[in-house]
Ligand binder design. Structure first.
Ligand SMILES: C[S@@+](CC[C@H](N)C(=O)[O-])C[C@H]1O[C@@H](n2cnc3c(N)ncnc32)[C@H](O)[C@@H]1O
Length: 306
Protein backbone atom coordinates (compact mmCIF):
# COMPACT_ATOMS: atom_id res chain seq x y z
CA UNK A 1 0.00 0.00 0.00
CA UNK A 2 1.45 3.42 -0.82
CA UNK A 3 2.61 5.37 2.19
CA UNK A 4 0.25 8.23 1.41
CA UNK A 5 -2.77 5.95 1.99
CA UNK A 6 -1.98 5.17 5.59
CA UNK A 7 -0.94 8.55 6.93
CA UNK A 8 -3.03 11.48 8.09
CA UNK A 9 -3.78 13.62 5.05
CA UNK A 10 -1.99 16.68 6.45
CA UNK A 11 -1.29 19.00 3.55
CA UNK A 12 2.35 20.02 3.26
CA UNK A 13 2.39 23.37 1.51
CA UNK A 14 5.31 23.82 -0.80
CA UNK A 15 7.57 26.53 0.64
CA UNK A 16 10.90 28.04 -0.25
CA UNK A 17 13.55 26.69 2.11
CA UNK A 18 13.56 28.74 5.32
CA UNK A 19 16.96 30.43 5.60
CA UNK A 20 19.28 28.43 7.80
CA UNK A 21 20.44 30.92 10.44
CA UNK A 22 23.93 29.46 10.93
CA UNK A 23 24.86 29.70 7.25
CA UNK A 24 27.39 27.53 5.39
CA UNK A 25 30.67 29.43 5.74
CA UNK A 26 33.87 27.39 6.22
CA UNK A 27 33.70 27.92 10.02
CA UNK A 28 30.22 26.45 10.14
CA UNK A 29 31.14 23.47 7.95
CA UNK A 30 34.15 22.73 10.20
CA UNK A 31 32.04 23.13 13.33
CA UNK A 32 29.48 20.67 11.99
CA UNK A 33 32.18 18.12 11.17
CA UNK A 34 33.57 18.39 14.71
CA UNK A 35 30.05 18.06 16.03
CA UNK A 36 29.53 14.90 13.96
CA UNK A 37 32.52 13.33 15.72
CA UNK A 38 31.20 14.48 19.09
CA UNK A 39 27.74 12.94 18.53
CA UNK A 40 29.07 9.80 16.83
CA UNK A 41 28.54 7.43 19.79
CA UNK A 42 24.89 8.47 20.12
CA UNK A 43 24.33 8.16 16.36
CA UNK A 44 25.81 4.67 16.36
CA UNK A 45 23.71 3.69 19.29
CA UNK A 46 20.55 4.92 17.53
CA UNK A 47 21.32 2.90 14.41
CA UNK A 48 21.91 -0.16 16.59
CA UNK A 49 18.72 0.27 18.59
CA UNK A 50 16.67 0.66 15.44
CA UNK A 51 18.30 -2.39 13.92
CA UNK A 52 19.20 -0.73 10.60
CA UNK A 53 20.13 -3.59 8.27
CA UNK A 54 22.24 -4.16 5.15
CA UNK A 55 20.05 -3.47 2.12
CA UNK A 56 17.87 -0.81 3.81
CA UNK A 57 16.92 2.30 1.88
CA UNK A 58 17.63 5.23 4.17
CA UNK A 59 17.76 9.03 4.21
CA UNK A 60 19.41 11.70 6.32
CA UNK A 61 17.45 14.95 5.93
CA UNK A 62 19.38 18.18 6.53
CA UNK A 63 22.52 16.04 6.44
CA UNK A 64 24.95 18.98 6.43
CA UNK A 65 28.54 18.16 5.43
CA UNK A 66 28.31 14.58 6.77
CA UNK A 67 25.51 14.06 9.31
CA UNK A 68 25.15 10.33 9.88
CA UNK A 69 25.59 9.46 6.19
CA UNK A 70 28.86 7.58 6.73
CA UNK A 71 27.37 5.46 9.50
CA UNK A 72 24.31 4.68 7.39
CA UNK A 73 26.52 3.86 4.40
CA UNK A 74 28.59 1.42 6.44
CA UNK A 75 25.53 -0.25 7.95
CA UNK A 76 23.33 -0.53 4.83
CA UNK A 77 26.22 -1.68 2.65
CA UNK A 78 26.38 -1.74 -1.16
CA UNK A 79 22.97 -3.39 -1.46
CA UNK A 80 21.39 -0.54 0.46
CA UNK A 81 20.76 3.08 -0.32
CA UNK A 82 21.63 6.28 1.52
CA UNK A 83 20.07 9.53 0.44
CA UNK A 84 21.53 12.75 1.85
CA UNK A 85 19.32 15.81 1.48
CA UNK A 86 20.29 19.37 2.33
CA UNK A 87 19.19 22.83 1.25
CA UNK A 88 22.71 24.22 0.93
CA UNK A 89 25.00 23.24 -1.98
CA UNK A 90 28.11 24.02 0.10
CA UNK A 91 27.14 21.33 2.62
CA UNK A 92 26.46 18.80 -0.12
CA UNK A 93 29.82 19.51 -1.80
CA UNK A 94 31.67 18.60 1.39
CA UNK A 95 29.56 15.48 1.89
CA UNK A 96 30.23 14.47 -1.72
CA UNK A 97 33.99 14.75 -1.13
CA UNK A 98 33.90 12.81 2.13
CA UNK A 99 31.70 10.03 0.76
CA UNK A 100 33.08 9.72 -2.76
CA UNK A 101 34.02 6.08 -2.20
CA UNK A 102 30.47 5.06 -1.27
CA UNK A 103 28.59 4.41 -4.49
CA UNK A 104 25.29 3.76 -2.75
CA UNK A 105 25.22 7.28 -1.23
CA UNK A 106 23.26 9.85 -3.25
CA UNK A 107 23.28 13.54 -2.36
CA UNK A 108 20.59 15.97 -3.45
CA UNK A 109 19.69 19.55 -2.80
CA UNK A 110 16.20 19.51 -1.32
CA UNK A 111 13.96 21.34 1.08
CA UNK A 112 13.11 19.37 4.22
CA UNK A 113 9.58 20.82 4.18
CA UNK A 114 8.86 19.00 0.94
CA UNK A 115 11.19 16.01 0.81
CA UNK A 116 8.37 13.47 0.33
CA UNK A 117 9.05 13.16 -3.39
CA UNK A 118 11.26 10.32 -2.20
CA UNK A 119 9.05 7.49 -0.99
CA UNK A 120 9.22 3.82 0.03
CA UNK A 121 12.26 4.19 2.32
CA UNK A 122 12.87 1.89 5.28
CA UNK A 123 14.28 4.64 7.46
CA UNK A 124 14.40 8.45 7.46
CA UNK A 125 16.48 10.38 9.96
CA UNK A 126 17.24 13.98 10.80
CA UNK A 127 19.60 15.51 13.35
CA UNK A 128 19.74 19.10 14.63
CA UNK A 129 17.52 20.41 11.84
CA UNK A 130 14.16 20.98 13.54
CA UNK A 131 15.63 23.15 16.31
CA UNK A 132 16.73 25.69 13.72
CA UNK A 133 13.57 26.08 11.71
CA UNK A 134 9.97 27.20 12.12
CA UNK A 135 7.05 24.77 11.59
CA UNK A 136 8.92 21.57 12.55
CA UNK A 137 5.68 19.59 12.33
CA UNK A 138 5.64 20.12 8.54
CA UNK A 139 9.13 18.69 8.21
CA UNK A 140 8.17 15.67 10.31
CA UNK A 141 5.05 15.07 8.20
CA UNK A 142 7.08 15.28 5.02
CA UNK A 143 9.67 12.82 6.37
CA UNK A 144 6.97 10.39 7.53
CA UNK A 145 5.66 10.35 3.98
CA UNK A 146 9.08 9.25 2.72
CA UNK A 147 8.92 5.97 4.64
CA UNK A 148 7.05 2.73 3.85
CA UNK A 149 4.50 1.30 6.31
CA UNK A 150 6.43 -0.54 9.01
CA UNK A 151 9.58 1.59 8.46
CA UNK A 152 11.06 4.04 10.98
CA UNK A 153 11.47 7.79 11.29
CA UNK A 154 14.00 9.11 13.85
CA UNK A 155 15.13 12.50 15.11
CA UNK A 156 18.03 13.66 17.22
CA UNK A 157 17.43 17.13 18.58
CA UNK A 158 18.86 19.29 21.31
CA UNK A 159 17.17 20.86 24.29
CA UNK A 160 19.02 23.72 25.93
CA UNK A 161 17.38 23.00 29.31
CA UNK A 162 20.57 21.53 30.75
CA UNK A 163 23.06 23.86 29.00
CA UNK A 164 24.86 25.64 31.83
CA UNK A 165 28.13 26.49 33.50
CA UNK A 166 29.53 24.96 36.67
CA UNK A 167 30.01 27.04 38.75
CA UNK A 168 26.95 29.15 37.93
CA UNK A 169 27.44 32.24 35.78
CA UNK A 170 24.75 34.93 35.61
CA UNK A 171 26.26 36.24 32.35
CA UNK A 172 26.03 32.74 30.79
CA UNK A 173 22.39 32.44 31.83
CA UNK A 174 21.54 35.85 30.43
CA UNK A 175 23.28 35.29 27.08
CA UNK A 176 21.81 31.80 26.75
CA UNK A 177 18.32 33.21 27.44
CA UNK A 178 18.77 35.99 24.88
CA UNK A 179 20.06 33.55 22.27
CA UNK A 180 17.09 31.26 22.88
CA UNK A 181 14.80 34.23 22.31
CA UNK A 182 16.67 35.25 19.15
CA UNK A 183 16.80 31.70 17.72
CA UNK A 184 14.92 31.01 14.49
CA UNK A 185 13.52 27.71 15.81
CA UNK A 186 12.85 26.15 19.21
CA UNK A 187 15.93 25.37 21.31
CA UNK A 188 13.77 23.15 23.55
CA UNK A 189 12.41 21.08 20.67
CA UNK A 190 13.98 17.88 22.07
CA UNK A 191 11.40 17.48 24.80
CA UNK A 192 8.55 18.07 22.29
CA UNK A 193 9.61 15.23 19.98
CA UNK A 194 7.43 12.42 21.41
CA UNK A 195 4.28 14.54 21.02
CA UNK A 196 5.25 15.78 17.58
CA UNK A 197 5.91 12.23 16.39
CA UNK A 198 2.57 11.07 17.82
CA UNK A 199 0.77 13.91 16.04
CA UNK A 200 2.45 12.90 12.78
CA UNK A 201 0.80 9.46 13.08
CA UNK A 202 3.88 7.43 14.12
CA UNK A 203 3.41 4.49 16.48
CA UNK A 204 5.69 2.67 18.94
CA UNK A 205 7.38 5.96 19.82
CA UNK A 206 10.57 5.63 21.85
CA UNK A 207 12.54 8.43 23.45
CA UNK A 208 15.93 8.82 25.10
CA UNK A 209 18.12 11.75 26.12
CA UNK A 210 21.67 12.27 27.27
CA UNK A 211 24.14 15.03 28.03
CA UNK A 212 27.87 15.35 28.72
CA UNK A 213 30.15 17.36 30.91
CA UNK A 214 32.53 19.45 28.80
CA UNK A 215 36.05 20.51 29.70
CA UNK A 216 38.02 23.40 28.14
CA UNK A 217 39.67 21.18 25.50
CA UNK A 218 36.31 19.91 24.21
CA UNK A 219 35.29 21.52 20.91
CA UNK A 220 31.78 22.21 22.22
CA UNK A 221 33.05 24.06 25.32
CA UNK A 222 32.91 27.52 23.71
CA UNK A 223 29.78 26.94 21.59
CA UNK A 224 27.69 29.59 23.36
CA UNK A 225 30.26 32.23 22.45
CA UNK A 226 30.38 31.00 18.83
CA UNK A 227 26.59 31.30 18.59
CA UNK A 228 26.75 34.79 20.12
CA UNK A 229 29.28 35.78 17.44
CA UNK A 230 27.22 34.63 14.49
CA UNK A 231 23.86 35.68 15.92
CA UNK A 232 24.98 39.24 16.72
CA UNK A 233 22.34 40.90 14.57
CA UNK A 234 19.55 38.72 15.92
CA UNK A 235 20.66 39.49 19.48
CA UNK A 236 20.54 43.17 18.59
CA UNK A 237 16.98 42.64 17.34
CA UNK A 238 16.02 41.32 20.80
CA UNK A 239 17.18 44.64 22.28
CA UNK A 240 20.65 43.56 23.42
CA UNK A 241 22.99 46.38 22.30
CA UNK A 242 26.48 45.72 20.97
CA UNK A 243 27.94 47.05 24.23
CA UNK A 244 25.76 44.69 26.32
CA UNK A 245 26.68 41.76 24.10
CA UNK A 246 30.38 42.57 24.49
CA UNK A 247 30.00 42.84 28.28
CA UNK A 248 28.33 39.42 28.50
CA UNK A 249 30.84 37.78 26.16
CA UNK A 250 33.81 39.11 28.13
CA UNK A 251 32.27 38.08 31.46
CA UNK A 252 31.68 34.55 30.13
CA UNK A 253 35.22 34.33 28.69
CA UNK A 254 36.68 35.24 32.09
CA UNK A 255 34.38 32.80 33.83
CA UNK A 256 35.22 29.89 31.50
CA UNK A 257 38.94 30.59 31.92
CA UNK A 258 38.79 29.92 35.66
CA UNK A 259 40.48 26.64 36.60
CA UNK A 260 37.97 23.84 37.06
CA UNK A 261 35.11 25.57 35.23
CA UNK A 262 32.91 23.05 33.38
CA UNK A 263 30.03 23.22 30.96
CA UNK A 264 27.01 20.92 31.16
CA UNK A 265 26.01 20.39 27.52
CA UNK A 266 22.51 20.59 26.06
CA UNK A 267 20.42 17.46 26.21
CA UNK A 268 20.44 15.45 23.00
CA UNK A 269 17.03 13.84 22.62
CA UNK A 270 16.64 10.83 20.36
CA UNK A 271 13.10 9.90 19.42
CA UNK A 272 11.78 7.52 16.83
CA UNK A 273 8.57 5.86 15.75
CA UNK A 274 7.16 3.43 13.25
CA UNK A 275 5.06 4.30 10.23
CA UNK A 276 1.78 2.45 10.85
CA UNK A 277 0.62 -0.40 8.69
CA UNK A 278 -2.90 1.01 8.69
CA UNK A 279 -4.71 4.20 9.81
CA UNK A 280 -6.48 2.14 12.53
CA UNK A 281 -3.14 1.23 14.12
CA UNK A 282 -2.14 4.89 14.09
CA UNK A 283 -5.41 6.01 15.70
CA UNK A 284 -5.19 3.30 18.40
CA UNK A 285 -1.63 4.17 19.34
CA UNK A 286 -1.90 7.94 18.98
CA UNK A 287 -2.44 8.54 22.69
CA UNK A 288 -0.01 5.87 23.95
CA UNK A 289 2.85 7.40 25.98
CA UNK A 290 6.35 7.23 24.53
CA UNK A 291 8.57 4.44 25.85
CA UNK A 292 11.78 5.37 27.56
CA UNK A 293 14.87 3.50 26.46
CA UNK A 294 16.15 1.48 29.43
CA UNK A 295 19.43 2.79 30.83
CA UNK A 296 22.37 1.01 29.32
CA UNK A 297 25.81 1.97 28.10
CA UNK A 298 26.13 3.23 24.56
CA UNK A 299 27.25 0.52 22.20
CA UNK A 300 30.87 0.13 21.16
CA UNK A 301 31.92 1.19 17.66
CA UNK A 302 30.92 -1.44 15.13
CA UNK A 303 30.62 0.31 11.81
CA UNK A 304 33.20 3.01 11.65
CA UNK A 305 34.30 3.26 8.02
CA UNK A 306 37.15 5.71 8.78
C1 LIG B 1 22.81 22.11 12.39
S1 LIG B 1 23.06 21.52 10.78
C2 LIG B 1 23.00 19.77 11.10
C3 LIG B 1 23.66 18.96 10.03
C4 LIG B 1 23.63 17.44 10.24
N1 LIG B 1 22.28 16.94 10.35
C5 LIG B 1 24.42 17.04 11.46
O1 LIG B 1 23.83 16.63 12.43
O2 LIG B 1 25.64 17.14 11.41
C6 LIG B 1 21.52 21.80 9.94
C7 LIG B 1 21.57 21.49 8.45
O3 LIG B 1 20.25 21.63 7.93
C8 LIG B 1 20.32 22.22 6.64
N2 LIG B 1 19.04 22.89 6.37
C9 LIG B 1 18.57 24.03 6.90
N3 LIG B 1 17.35 24.31 6.43
C10 LIG B 1 17.02 23.29 5.59
C11 LIG B 1 15.88 22.98 4.82
N4 LIG B 1 14.81 23.77 4.80
N5 LIG B 1 15.89 21.84 4.08
C12 LIG B 1 16.96 21.02 4.09
N6 LIG B 1 18.08 21.27 4.80
C13 LIG B 1 18.11 22.38 5.56
C14 LIG B 1 21.49 23.19 6.76
O4 LIG B 1 22.01 23.50 5.48
C15 LIG B 1 22.46 22.41 7.63
O5 LIG B 1 23.30 21.64 6.84
Amino acid sequence: MPTEDVLPATPVPSQRPAPYPLGSADDEVSRLLEQCAYYRPQARSLIDRLGVQPGWRTADVGCGPLGILDLLAARTGPTGQVLGLDAQPRMLETARQLLKDHEHVRLEQADAYSCHDHTGLDFAHSRLLLANLPRPEQIITSMVRMVRPGGYVAFQEIDWQSWSCVPYSAAWEELRGRLAEAWSGDVHIGQRLPRLLGSAGLTDITVDASTRILEPDDAQFGLLLYFAKIQRQRLLDTGLSHAEQDRLVQAIRRHLAQPGCLVVDSLLFQAWGKVPDSPETAAKQHSAPAKRVADRPLSEPDCDPR
